[in-house]
Ligand binder design. Structure first.
Ligand code: ADP
Length: 457
């Protein structure tokens, strides 16, 4: 089986979020199953471009153009970002002869590369080796769709009639991908059902429901080479299951000292997140009278650290709160993207908050479990599929301030206790490695290629 995985990020080459983790680790698990897998990434000017995914023999191709991927950062206008990913999508197909690599499946990820399916179908699949290529589109987050002016379609060699117009003379990359891909999947079983509803379908539920092949949910895994307190990768103190209490205590002391937090043996709560509406920040900032929920949480007697980058409005609100609460020494907001610090926060914290409004899969809760920090989550999408309430973490059902706070208060009632320790150990032992999910992807690749040959999924 030959697979080309197309993505806009892959750790450790370049990462902005969970897709980076997935694209850096799923290929390694597939390689172990005998798949000839290769990656294609944008040749961003500001990244190092190793020819193989570090630590593996997986080839990585980089595509760039004098007009695209030439900035020193990713702060692009919407128009620039759309243009460069239309170009990237076409260039992937143009490049196959020069790489002399003819994949059985091109595995696309999110809106950035979704148009490969449409360009393949309209402009390439009639010719020679292109005719044998199947496509799988993985939807990591349906909320981001990539909408562009119809005029831009020509950058990908598409005419206006080869795409489906949406509002105000535009077309929608993800919608095109959904229509043209041979198969679709999302990153958890619950989210695969949720995207078919008007609440979570982001306007695409109708075409998702019309698709003749069922959308499959395959959970993301965690790369335990990178995320494991035993390895001590990026940590001052490594620890294993037997010594987690001591390990956590030492890492906690270091983090609290570094961030000037009161070290009064109180529970430390962690949040590591993109600052976007999806992640439930509105619940945290919602006011009851004069106080935000965040302040009420601190009044329960805990410390809270938030590490996150993203939307300006949240940066401003959280920075303001940090200033207001400075004297109390129990809240720090770190507006950075810092992988090393993220490792320390996972290791140092006792409880991890993930009140996401919706969550396709979520990796943070899986990583937190491995580091002995109990996730407290809104029971939705992948969070519902991975966190077992009062066994490996805590969850609340309805997305509102009261239920979140109630759940948090009852969680803290357990801290510290034998029951809490048992839950920590259960979470640390839980296995979310890539093996099982990689086998599911391989099965899906086989199914699509078989149906290309014999006509039925
Ligand atoms: P997303 O929706 O952003 O993909 P996930 O939970 O799937 O959310 O994955 C987020 C990944 O990005 C995790 O590995 C998390 O540790 C990392 N991450 C998020 N924000 C930051 C940050 N500010 N600094 C370092 N790592 C971060």
């Amino acid at each position: 089986m030959k697979v080309l995985l197309a993505t806009y990020e892959a750790t450790p080459i370049y990462k902005v979020g969970g897709l980076g983790d997935v694209a850096g680790s799923l290929p390694q698990a597939l390689k172990k199953l005998g798949v000839d897998i290769r990656l294609v990434l944008p040749g961003y000017k500001f990244i190092k471009k190793p020819p193989f995914l570090p630590g593996s023999e997986i080839p990585v191709y980089y595509l760039s153009h004098p007009k695209y991927f030439q900035k020193e950062h990713l702060d692009l206008t919407e128009k620039e970002s759309r243009e460069q990913f239309i170009w990237f999508s076409r260039q992937i197909l143009e490049s196959l002869p020069s790489w002399d690599f003819w994949p059985d499946v091109i595995h696309l990820n999110d809106w950035h590369t979704a148009l490969v399916t449409t360009i393949l179908k309209n402009n390439f699949s009639q010719n020679g080796q292109y005719a044998n290529i199947s496509t799988l589109l993985t939807i990591h987050n349906l909320a981001y769709q990539g909408i562009a002016d119809l005029k831009m379609a020509k950058i990908g060699g598409l005419t206006k009639t080869q795409v489906h117009p949406v509002d105000r003379g535009c077309f929608n990359f993800l919608k095109e991908g959904i229509i043209s891909a041979d198969a679709l999947n999302t990153v958890s079983p619950t989210y695969a059902l949720q995207v078919l509803t008007s609440e979570f379908g982001n306007g695409l539920e109708k075409i998702l429901n019309k698709k003749p092949v069922k959308i499959v949910g395959i959970l993301n895994g965690v790369d335990y080479q990178i995320w494991d307190p035993r390895r001590g990768h990026n940590l001052p103190y490594s620890y294993n299951l037997a010594a987690w209490r001591e390990g956590k205590k030492k890492n906690k002391a270091i983090l609290e000292k570094r961030l000037n937090l009161k070290p009064e043996n109180r529970p430390l709560l962690g949040i590591i997140t993109r600052l976007s509406e999806q992640k439930g920040l509105d619940l945290l900032l919602a006011k009851n009278g004069k106080q935000s929920l965040l302040e009420e949480i601190l009044d329960l007697g805990c410390n809270l650290v938030i590490l996150g980058e993203g939307e300006k409005t949240y940066v401003q609100k959280l920075s303001l709160l940090e200033g207001k609460l400075a004297k109390r020494q129990n809240f720090r907001f770190l507006n950075l993207f810092d992988d090393k610090l993220a490792h320390l926060i996972y290791a140092a914290s006792d409880l991890f908050l993930m009140p996401s409004r919706f969550e396709p899969c979520g990796l943070v809760q899986l990583i937190a479990m491995r580091y002995g920090s109990l996730p407290l989550v809104h029971r939705t999408g992948g969070l519902a599929d991975t966190v077992r309430d009062r066994i490996t973490g805590f969850s609340f059902k309805r997305y509102n301030r009261q239920d979140f706070f109630r759940c948090l208060k009852s969680a803290l009632n357990f801290y510290p206790s034998k029951r809490w320790e048992k839950m920590v150990e259960k979470g640390m032992e839980a296995d979310f490695s890539w093996g099982k999910s990689a086998r599911q992807y391989l099965r899906l690749y086989k199914k699509i290629t078989r149906s290309k040959k014999y006509g039925k999924m």
